[in-house]
Design a binder for this molecule. Sequence first.
Ligand code: NAD
Ligand code: MG
Length: 404
Amino acid sequence: MKRIGIFGSTGSIGRSTLDVLARHPARYRVEVLVAHGRVEALFEQVRQFRPAVVGLVDVKRRDELLSRLEELPAAERPELVVGQEAVDGLAGSEALDVVVAAIVGTAGLQSTWNALHAGKRVLLANKESLVAAGELMMDVARRSGAELLPVDSEHNAIFQCLPAAPGDRCTDPAEVESIVLTASGGPFRDWPADRFSFITPEQACAHPNWSMGRKISVDSATMMNKGLEVIEAARLFRIDADRIEVVVHPESVIHSMVRFVDGSVLAELGEPDMRTPIAHALAWPERVASGVRPLDFHALNGLHFERPDFARFPALRLAFDALRAGGAAPLVINAANEVAVAAFLEGRLSFPGIAAATEATLDAMTAAGRTAAPGSIDAVLTLDAEVRSWTADWCRSAKLTAGG
Ligand code: NAD
Ligand code: MG
């Protein structure tokens, strides 16, 4: 029986994970559930899965959750842990074998780190933590013996096609020519650039193939998601930018590919449903059913491929630039993007403003000599906070200009 902790259980990945786990009660036990503040959704999960511990980040909602938990028979009531630091600490708990890192944004960095440090199997959805602190994360995993397995569909596909699990030798250039990340292109793939200024948050969050949280949906629309994934791939698979390709594939049936030196290309295909990569990483090296319906080849209307357009989607170019620049440049674009996306979702910044804010932040941090690689997680979090406040200021002045 594997004991599972889900960090970000009320989100899109968290709910998909619980859906897979519910199919295998004899194999997995949900031990810890963690969420930010959606008390009702969290309580329903507690009622269904009966974890031993439940973590709530938002201290203000503690009493609300407590009073719901009192509805349960005393013997079945979980321990309640409240506040960010205490909740993050649960990721290293002795009581867990597997940690699902499904918190959105840099908020997931500390718990991912704690789980890796404690040598867990970590199912990584939270790509932002690998972008901001990839070298440190890979390093601590190597030292502790943790298994860092990607849930991001592209990276999971690549993991399935490579000869070895993520880590040092999985993309040996004597065998692997390159990795090919597929991208849906998002909802604005065929929109002309002159309409981009009028894009609303609702339009940006309506992804054609995947149903996801709002932040990653906007990232998909700007293609920053693919940019973050390029950096995530570089860290996980120890491969440099020149051996990472991006191909737009609007059907999202091929989840990514690996090219080998003999001319073979291996791909993983399936329905666009995150339960497949989640089930794969949970059971690896075995397989379990995920509930995903089988891919129907006869219902497919062809598979299509296009080159990414770096002019309309400058965020993707920016991510390649940051990866090549190295040091803290990936951290800077990740933090700046997160602040800019939040401003866009709140109606304070235009859609093209997201990439503009990110680029302005990277330029400023580079000019100020603030892009040396941080040597510790504390240094990562300090720089992350500094970058966020710079970008927040930029977004405020952009708003003033736009408002005349
Ligand atoms: P979401 O917004 O649906 O859910 C986010 C979850 O994180 C929620 O449970 C929320 O309560 C929790 N959370 C937020 N702030 C927190 C904090 N400070 N401390 C603890 N928990 C906190 O997001 P999502 O779409 O599920 O994405 C989660 C992560 O997975 C992101 O990093 C995203 O890039 C990645 N990812 C998602 C998908 C997808 O299909 N949704 C695919 C690939 C990768
Ligand atoms: Mg992905």
